[in-house]
Design a protein around this ligand. Structure first.
Ligand code: ATP
Length: 300
């Protein structure tokens, strides 16, 4: 086998807390992440070593050089593999996940690239090394390797898998603006954290598959930062809230908002509501999806 195509799921954060800061400036997190069915497609093909890493992406504006997460992940993987095998790689990314959205689009593409290379070059890099390659590529990449539902701590590399919480009908709503995750963390004052979640309560609610309890326990310390930068987020959240979800919050550093519903019919009614339609007509992105219990997997 010399090529493989993987779908790479986006994630949302059911909750997000910051519990400290490392001397190197990285924030220490306590966040419950959830993979969702909105996914990019990543095609990976082995090429002669002389070709190096070549990348194409169907969305204008996404860098295709070393700034791309897949480029960095592939270069790291191939450097570690070089002791046993020398190869180049061609990667094609079909983007469906909005970028700079708090949905880990770049991170999940990188995770898919690592898993694809591990399948194409079996034994070249031990599977125990994959999380190390992942975290060196980006803080959300270790979660994205596995997907599903996890409590993520440290800078995102300490994962505690939680019981599968698949099939929750969701809407994702993103305004016509992006948020830089590093800038959002820089703007956060650790002495003055508000909207902190009860993370243990969030984990219990996930285990009980109880969205109402999850809503009561959740919080996102980056919400005030994002709201100060983009006051229109309040309009997005109240439009979602007006559709009667069991939970409506911001994902990660934003600006994507998500809402979870009791069933798919309610989610679909909400998607067609005048409040959300009005936002869509002014350039907001709206996607229907559901939570999933997996990470990147082969396109069948
Ligand atoms: P996170 O939730 O992990 O913070 P995000 O969803 O906020 O991530 P990304 O979609 O990863 O952010 O995009 C952040 C920036 O990274 C983009 O503006 C883009 O320039 C760059 N980038 C590099 N590689 C990719 C990729 N494969 N897909 C999307 N963006 C990428």
């Amino acid at each position: 086998m010399d090529r493989i195509a993987l779908e790479a799921p986006a994630k949302i954060n059911w909750s997000l807390d910051v519990v400290g800061k490392r001397p190197d400036g990285y924030h220490l997190l306590s966040t419950v992440m959830q993979a969702v069915s909105l996914a990019d497609r990543v095609d990976v093909e082995l090429r002669p070593a002389a070709e190096g890493v070549v990348l194409e992406c169907d969305r204008e504006g996404i860098p295709c050089d070393v700034r791309n997460t897949c480029h960095r992940a592939a270069s790291r993987f191939l450097a570690e593999a070089a002791g046993s095998v020398r190869a180049g790689v061609r990667i094609r990314i079909a983007k469906r996940i909005p970028e700079a959205a708090g949905l880990a689009g770049g991170s999940t593409d990188a995770a898919a690239t690592i898993l694809a290379l591990a399948r194409l070059l079996p034994g070249a890099v031990s599977s125990a090394r994959l999380p190390g390659i992942a975290v060196a590529t980006g803080a959300d990449v270790p979660f994205c390797l596995f997907g599903g539902t996890s409590l993520c701590e440290g800078i995102g590399e300490i994962l505690t898998p939680l019981p599968a919480f698949e099939g929750v009908p969701l809407l994702l709503l993103k305004g016509p603006f992006g948020v830089s995750t590093p800038a959002a963390f820089r703007a956060l004052s650790l002495d003055d954290l508000v909207d902190r979640p009860d993370t243990a309560g969030v984990c219990r609610a996930v285990a009980a598959r109880n969205l109402a309890a999850l809503s009561a326990a959740t919080g996102n310390v980056l919400w005030p930062v994002a709201l100060a930068q983009h006051p229109a987020l309040a309009d997005g959240l109240s439009a979602l809230a007006s559709t009667g979800p069991l939970i409506a919050r911001m994902s990660g550093s934003g600006p994507t908002l998500f809402a979870g519903y009791a069933d798919a019919a309610e989610r679909d009614r909400a998607a067609a509501s005048p409040a959300l339609d009005a936002l869509r007509r002014t350039g907001w992105f709206l996607a229907s999806c559901e939570s999933v219990a997996h990470g990147p997997r082969e396109v069948t």
